[in-house]
Design a protein around this ligand. Structure first.
Ligand code: FAD
Length: 462
């Protein structure tokens, strides 16, 4: 009998537990749903969707080499999928559906509904956790609940992650040819920097290997410096599942023996898992609510023109503007600068973190609900284990510390390229006027003071 594998954010042959197990069970056909309206509602960026379309084209070729046909079905919303899958299974006499779980609420509902609908026509769903090493709900504290703080989660995670769990699943074997043709992949999504983001498995694996080989000393020391290419830039591929999390860890273990680097990079990957476990166990997070319920009553400033200046990279704070322009131009932003720009919006402009969250999603190639929501709630001090409200990033000090020569600012804010290293992060009013760069839109010290007052009053009365 024929088995159906439903691909979503797992566009890879290697380290794909649903595909691995389906192929062991029998002959396999794949399906992928294009859901443009749903994606739009989820704020998925045109660039990320363009990357998915191109990756899908490449992936379809890879599947073909294994004689696995890939069918494409277009719908508007997730709610149409159970019906379409029912028709598909009936047409091809399929009794088993295989897929890897996704954890945000709409995705979970879609998968549960599909499972129930298909049960009615005697199709069994086989679900796997291909996007994480340890499934949500399996790393719990002593009272059997999800951790609310990262470090104990990470310690518990490390204790449970044994070599067997960390081993990547092998790609499927070549199967006998089926009488089903693969579909052409239609154009969807928008443009992105194809010079920066390639989609072949070879190029993605080479990015992973090169990063792991060269990062022995440099990652821990340099990962916070946005002008230096010291991080893996694998996030878009992890987000769309073009590379697997176990693959990353396996390459890390096999290729590099530096203890400090191992620990640090693994910690970042565990942050990713932490946020996935949080959204899987707390539906509030998928409903636009704060992890800390009290924070739902915070009053945010409504100021469209300030928000727009932030989005456009015209705040007059060079490091913030560089980050916001990097996001628009490349679809990616360095982690340190994500923290700086998010803190600027939520702690100095006091604008609702949800607006920032949506703007990031609309532009990021790696836009990922769990990590983005986690990063924003962390920055706004409303999330699990988030930065305390009184720790307000000073954009000038952050810039001097992490972009000491101003090279990052110079790259993305070319108006300031002639200014020397010392002054570039805080150019004089006269230089700004001469160079056509805006003066700071706010006074840092007085806004910081106001925010501290507002928060402490809020917490006293909450
Ligand atoms: P590396 O340093 O090489 O890390 C390896 C991988 O670990 C990353 O690819 C990513 O999958 C994971 N990772 C690293 N740091 C984090 C983190 N803090 N939280 C969760 N996972 C992490 N990451 C996304 O993948 N998608 C997002 O939409 C996203 N939005 C963010 C929004 C804000 C406000 C903040 C502060 C952070 C956000 N991050 C997001 C996390 C982080 O900035 C990126 O994962 C990282 O910059 C990607 O670069 P890299 O692949 O070179 O990371």
């Amino acid at each position: 009998p024929l088995h159906l594998i439903w691909f979503r954010n797992d566009l890879r042959l290697n380290d794909n537990p649903a595909l691995f197990n389906a192929a062991k069970a029998g002959s396999v056909v794949g399906v992928f749903f294009i859901c443009e309206k749903q994606w739009q509602e989820h704020n998925d960026s045109p660039a990320k969707l363009g990357l998915i379309a191109d990756r899908l084209r490449e992936f379809s070729k890879e599947l073909k080499q294994k004689n696995i046909p890939l069918k494409i079905i277009a719908v508007d919303y997730f709610t149409e999928i159970p019906g379409k899958l029912t028709q598909f299974c009936k047409k091809h006499a399929i009794h088993d559906l295989w897929f890897n779980n996704e954890y945000p609420l709409n995705e979970k509902k879609r998968d549960d509904q599909t499972e129930q609908e298909l049960k009615k026509i005697s199709v069994t769903s086989h679900r796997f956790n291909g996007d994480v090493i340890l499934p949500p709900g399996s790393v719990l504290n002593n009272s059997g609940s999800m951790f609310q703080v990262f470090t104990p989660f990470s310690n518990a995670w490390r204790l449970r992650a044994n070599p067997e769990i960390l081993t990547a699943f092998k790609p499927p074997r070549k199967q006998s040819e089926l009488a089903i043709e693969s579909d052409e992949i239609p154009q969807f999504g928008g443009e992105y920097r194809t010079d920066l983001w390639q989609v072949t498995t070879k190029s993605i694996h080479s990015r992973l290997h090169k990063f792991v080989e060269r990062s022995e000393q440099s990652y821990k020391e340099l990962r916070d410096f946005p002008a230096i290419n010291a991080t893996s830039t694998l996030s878009p591929y992890l987000t769309i599942g073009a590379v697997g999390i176990r693959e990353c860890i396996q390459v890390l273990i096999e290729t590099n023996s530096d203890e400090a680097f191992h620990r640090q990079w693994l910690t970042e990957l565990i942050w990713r898992e932490f946020y996935r476990h949080l959204i899987a166990t707390n539906p509030r997070l998928s409903q636009g609510l704060c992890f800390k319920p009290v924070a739902d009553n915070l009053q945010w400033q409504v100021n469209q023109s300030n928000f727009q200046r932030w989005c456009d990279g015209k705040t007059g704070f060079p490091i913030v503007d560089a980050g916001m322009r990097q996001l628009k131009q490349t679809g990616w932003m360095h982690n340190r600068v994500r923290m700086i720009t998010a803190a600027f919006l939520t702690k100095l402009l006091r604008i609702d973190w949800r607006l920032g969250e949506a703007h990031f999603m609309q532009h990021l190639m790696d836009g990922d609900f769990a990590s983005n929501n986690g990063g924003w709630q962390w920055s706004a001090s409303v999330g699990a284990d988030s930065v305390p409200y009184f720790r307000i990033f000073n954009p000038y000090r952050q810039a001097e510390k992490f972009d000491p020569q101003g090279n990052y600012v110079r790259k993305f804010v070319p108006e300031l390229s002639s200014i020397n290293d010392k002054k570039i992060h805080q150019p004089s009013t006269l230089s700004c006027e001469t160079l056509g760069y805006p003066n700071p839109m706010i006074d840092y010290a007085s806004e910081r003071k106001k925010t501290l007052e507002i928060w402490s009053e809020f917490l006293n009365t909450a």
